[in-house]
Design a protein around this ligand. Structure first.
Ligand SMILES: [Zn+2]
Length: 118
C-alpha cells in the first residue's frame, strides 16, 4: 500500500466530512450528507467574517480555514455552515451571533489583514 502524497480535493472534503460526522454524533447535532458537504467544499474557501482567502491564511498561519456554524445549535447543515479562519471562529465562539460577527469581521478584522499585506 502506498501513501498518497497529494490528496485530492475530494479526499480532503471526505476527510473533513468524517470529522464533522463524528463531532455531530457526539454533540447530537444534525449534519449534512457527504454529497451536500462536497458541494459546500466547492464554494470559495474564504472566511465568511473577515474575508481572508484560504491561500493567504495558509501562508500566514500554516492552517486551513475551519468550518463554522452560523447558528451553533443548528448543526452542520447546508445554509448553516460557512468557512471561517481560526481568529474569527475563536472571536465568535458561542458568544456572538452570526450577524454580530459579520459586522466585527468586516469593520475591524478585514482592514487589519489587508493593511498587513500592503
Ligand atoms: Zn476570518
Amino acid at each position: 500500500m502506498s501513501l498518497k502524497k497529494n490528496p485530492t480535493s475530494t479526499d480532503l472534503a471526505k476527510k473533513r466530512w468524517y470529522h464533522i460526522q463524528n463531532r455531530s454524533r457526539r454533540m447530537k447535532l444534525p449534519y449534512c450528507t457527504l454529497e451536500d458537504f462536497s458541494r459546500f467544499w466547492l464554494t470559495e474557501h474564504i472566511c465568511e467574517y473577515c474575508g481572508i482567502l484560504e491561500e493567504i491564511w495558509l501562508l500566514k498561519n500554516k492552517k486551513k480555514l475551519e468550518i463554522d456554524r452560523k447558528i451553533v445549535k443548528s448543526g452542520y447543515v447546508l445554509g448553516n455552515i460557512v468557512w471561517a479562519c481560526r481568529n474569527c471562529n475563536i472571536i465568535k465562539s458561542d458568544i456572538l451571533t452570526y450577524e454580530e460577527m459579520k459586522e466585527i469581521g468586516k469593520k475591524y478584522l478585514e482592514p487589519k489583514w489587508k493593511s498587513r499585506d500592503a
